[in-house]
Design a binder for this molecule. Structure first.
Ligand code: PLP
Length: 224
């Protein structure tokens, strides 16, 4: 408990420092705590230290934790790859989906989102390093997909999400975010879901409004 609380404090301080260093408005960057593979107890602990936004990658795991944490006022973000047969559950149980990369998926999410709920917040995932194996639309496809998704009634198109190929060098970390920001800035969006544990500062330098942090907060993940 103590360590998650301390790490949360450190990460918040890092975000504040980067906002200041790169002339961002104080509070412009929101922290999304990425809790995939971590137990509900870890989420509860971060919650008790004031964290409200949590990101999950695997649907079944997320649904189980949502049930365990039913009494908590958590905003749930889905950030993992999306299969069409999972859209109904995503549309029902999440507040945000960051990983939309086709009109087909967006349309299903809109059709399956209940009118009783607020529109589902959407980010379009862009494959910024143009790696063939990674999900996401290309920069060239982004504006058309944006136009189509913006018209869907039960979605609220918020912005873009990217997972660039990992780089050690700070300037190289900034490059993909810079190009994506420039392309997306013309599209009237308010959310840039940029940055993970390894490149948080570069992402904030290039306009991030949501950093998705797992390892720095909850420790290394064990997939065994
Ligand atoms: C796991 C994951 C993260 C968190 O990564 P860390 O390097 O552990 O901070 C962020 N975004 C996405 C899409 C992820 O799958």
């Amino acid at each position: 408990m103590a360590s998650i609380t301390q790490r949360l404090k450190q990460i918040r301080a890092q975000i504040r420092d980067a906002e200041q260093a790169y002339n961002r408005q104080p509070g412009a960057v929101q922290l999304l705590a990425v809790s995939k593979t971590k137990p509900s107890e870890a989420i509860a602990c971060a919650y008790q230290s004031g964290q409200r936004h949590f990101g999950e990658n695997y649907l079944q795991e997320a649904l189980r934790k949502q049930q365990e944490l039913g009494a908590y006022d958590i905003t749930w973000h889905f950030i993992g790859p999306i299969q069409s047969n999972k859209t109904k559950a995503l549309a029902t149980h999440f507040d945000w989906v960051h990983s939309v990369d086709s009109f087909k998926i967006a349309k299903r999410l809109s059709e399956q989102r209940s009118d009783q709920l607020l529109p589902l917040n959407i980010c379009l995932q862009v494959n910024i390093s143009d790696e063939p194996s990674k999900s996401g639309v290309t920069l060239a496809e982004l504006s058309q997909l944006c136009e189509q998704v913006a018209k869907l009634p039960n979605l609220k198109l918020r912005g873009v999400m990217a997972i660039p190929a990992p780089q050690q060098d700070f300037e190289q970390q900034r490059q993909p975010y810079k190009s994506l920001y420039q392309a997306a800035a013309k599209l009237g969006l308010d959310t840039y879901s940029f940055g993970m544990t390894g490149d948080l500062k570069a992402a904030i330098a290039e306009g991030s409004t949501i950093v998705r942090i797992g390892t720095a907060l909850f420790g290394e993940r064990d997939y065994s």
